[in-house]
Structure formats: structure tokens, C-alpha cells
Ligand binder design. Sequence first.
Ligand SMILES: C[S@@+](CC[C@H](N)C(=O)[O-])C[C@H]1O[C@@H](n2cnc3c(N)ncnc32)[C@H](O)[C@@H]1O
Length: 340
Amino acid sequence: MQLHSLMPYLLYQFKNEHELIKAIEELSLKFTQKRERLSDYLKDERLTSAYTAFYLTTNMPKLEAVFQWMPGEWLEKLKNCTLIDLGAGPGTFSLAFREWLGHSTEVIQIETSTLMREQAKKIWDGLYPNEPLIQAINSRINPHKEKFLLLGHSANEMGAELVSRYINEIEPDHILFIEPGTKTFFPEMLKIRSLLLSQNYNVLYPCPNASDCPLKGSDEDWCHQFIQVKQDPELERLSQMAKKDRSLLPLIVHAYSKKIKSKNAEVRLIRVLPETKFSFEWQTCELNKAEHYQIMKRGLDKPALNALEKTLAGAPVFVEVVEKMMENRKRVKIKLTTKS
Ligand SMILES: C[S@@+](CC[C@H](N)C(=O)[O-])C[C@H]1O[C@@H](n2cnc3c(N)ncnc32)[C@H](O)[C@@H]1O
């Protein structure tokens, strides 16, 4: 989505670029520092529009990147689902899903902010004038197909208890969380994970299996992923002016399904540690056990070195040869692939 194609559909028309940048900076401060008054932006037309201009456009590419990590069988299922976009905001992920799909589908947005609902409707009707959009303010909805519940940057505003209530009421078949990659949200995500596992959901991502998370209770580590996004030049310029890096995005992604039980990657890269002259050093989750992998550079050709250099936390890891060095530390050779 290009910024200029969205501008006509904003609720508030910014007088110039300077005014938009100031609003983005104000908003960013609310998300990172003044979180106690976070919800204020939802009642302010100018800030709602700034969210839409900046965060909708820079967050939209996340869905496609996240789908690259997901099992193909699951993606096929999602194509025949009703999308329930919970905490939809301006419709970031409804639009991303519609674009990914390439044709119309039933979309239900649940959103409590009146301004955000108005904003979402204005964009949707502008971009897809012949496709209905269903909007709701609570879980009393009536989807016609299998239910794909998506929460994008909204579970962290709601908290685990409220998210759990929504899940119990909606009873989705498939669930995807795309949340900020923050340490504060991670324990909430683990609470939601426990609830879902207790209700017989299968975890498809990121965990190798359903046993306890090795990072549960850790003060320093939390499981999060990174995606590298190529923003279009207009947005890159805006990000630079607002002093916000939107190319490398940390996120917490979790996916669950009642309908499929995919064979997960047995090892997930959870943190890229500083490399040495001789080796890459990775923290991994191996069948839900934290491990330290050392991958020696010697003997690897340039493409392999490049691929390893570019690998980000969140990627599946396929191990060819393992040599145990000591407890929780292994020297490994990696089979290079991009699919989980
Ligand atoms: C940060 S925005 C995310 C919007 C959009 N999903 C995105 O990723 O860009 C969070 C949204 O969650 C909505 N929200 C917060 N609590 C909610 C609740 N209890 N029910 C529905 N929506 C809620 C807020 O109104 C806000 O629009």
C-alpha cells in the first residue's frame, strides 16, 4: 500500500508533511513511553489518521512476511475462512489479508473505537467499493465460514484476560497473533498460549511442540522474531524524518489451529547472538529446550555465508550435523532453506 493512495481516505487531512510527522512523533511517544494514556489516540481524529498513514502502511507488509513462516496446508485453509480482525483499527490486516488473497472474502472487523471504525470503513469503501465490510463492537457476530481470528497489535492493548474472553466467545478455528516484539507483552502471550493449548488448539508457530516454553519466567529473554521489510521510498523518507526505523521490525507471532496439526520445525532460531570471526552464534529453541548453536564459517561458500548472515530470529532451523560441545551448547551444520 502506497502512502499517497491512502491519503484521500484519511479522516483528517494533514496540511503538510511537517504536521503529519509531528503527529507520528506524538503517537510514537504514546506507544513507547506514556502508555498509561495510550487509548487517547483513539479519540483524536488527527492521531487516528496519523496511525493510519504511518502504522497501517508500514505494518501491512508484515502479514505476507509472517505467512512465509506458516505451513502451506494452513494457508490453504485460511483462503476459505471468514476473517475476523479483532482490534482492527483502520483495518490494517483486513486490507493485508484481502490483498494477499487477491479476491473478495467475508471480513468482519471488531473494533471498539468509533473513530477507528469510521476510518476503516472509509478506506475499505474507497479501495473495494463493491465489497461489503462487516463491522462490530463486540463478539456478537455471525460468520458464515470457518473462522480465522487475527489479532494485530491489539492483544497487547487488551491483555490476556480480555483476549481469552473473546476467544471463548468467538470459538475460532484458526488464530494468528502479530504483536509488538516487546518483553512486556511476552508473559501475556504465554498466558494466552496456555489457554489455547488447554482448549486443544495445536500450536503451529513458533513453538516446536506444545510443552512448556523454555523462556517462561526468564527476566532477560523473551521469544520474539524479526522481519526485514522493504518499505516504498515515500514511506522510507517519512520514517527517516520521524526518526523511526521501519525496515527491521521486531514482533511476537503465534499461530494456532483446531483444524490442522502441522509438523512444526523441530528447531526455531530465537536469537541471533553476536558473531565471532570464525562462527555464527545462535540461541535456538530445540524441541522446546533452549540451546546455543555454533555454526563454523570455515568451509562455507559465499552464498551460504550470506544466507546465514541474513537469517533472522523466527526462522526455522534444519540441522544436518551436530557435535555436542557441552550442556546446552552444540556445534552444528545448517541445512539452508526458508520454509518451516
Ligand atoms: C494498535 S491498534 C492496532 C490496529 C490494527 N490491528 C493494526 O495492526 O494496525 C489496537 C486497536 O485495538 C483496539 N481495541 C482495544 N481494545 C479493544 C477491545 N476490547 N475490543 C476491540 N478492539 C479493541 C483499539 O481500539 C485499537 O484500534
